[in-house]
Write a protein that binds this ligand. Sequence first.
Ligand code: PAF
Length: 295
Amino acid sequence: MRTVRTVAELREALGGAGSGSALSGGAPSGTVGFVPTMGALHEGHLSLLRAARAAHDTVVLSIFVNPTQFNEQSDFDRYARDEGRDARLAEEAGVDVLFAPEVSEIYPEGFCTSVSVGGRLTEVLEGAERGRGHFDGVATVVSKLLIAVRPDAAYFGEKDYQQLLVVRRLVADLGLPVRIVGCPTSREPDGLARSSRNVRLSAEARERAGTIPRVMAEIAERVRAGAEEIEPLRAAAAEALGRAGVEVEYLAFVDPDTLETVADLAAPTRLAVAARVDDVRLIDNRLLTPPDTKR
Ligand code: PAF
């Protein structure tokens, strides 16, 4: 595995590999799979790397804690950073190139461009809670990374479901020559979605956080059994989460493609949750499928 810090080194390390290289006249030499991350690698990231490894000649991992997508400075400051550990895990996972740029490489002096995905996709859920700037930060850095790496495919976890939709929209709107692959959420044995933030939970809070996937699984079960009314499900979930000391920011039932709020659960619906356990903010989502769903 080669670690590179600049886009010039990255391009040199990749030689003719990747979709963009062929488009710009270079001789293609194999496909590139790309996994963008902010480091603090866990099993969820490793599952993305495995998917990329299985499908591509070259695998690129980026580690960049992007300052522009954090709405709370304290969250950015506390974000776990351990490049040595991440590099070891990346090498074991078969990564060929680790791109770990400094902030000045991504946002050089005078940088003043922002990529902004408009519309409902970025206004609701995380957009409403964290402010528009969050997805502008994500869209801008993902654009820069895709332009730098020029992968054939980029891998994103469904845990950040709204982010996945925003990235798909961005890539479609800008006509970027990359396939976006969404991968299933990786979960702990009790169902908690794996996240770099989970390590900040105390043992006691970690226990209580398990209520989130439990409540979501119960809702999914009731919808599979034919429940169509949202309010009774929402009320029962809010009650169970409240009892566990989990502070709900949103518990939303939305259209899986548009994120429009749905009126009932007669069609497949995304359940999206954001909640705080003590001072740790967690998000999760899952598809609710009514009986006899084809999709
Ligand atoms: O999901 C993440 O880790 C980040 O939002 C991403 C896609 C690497 C952009 O900074």
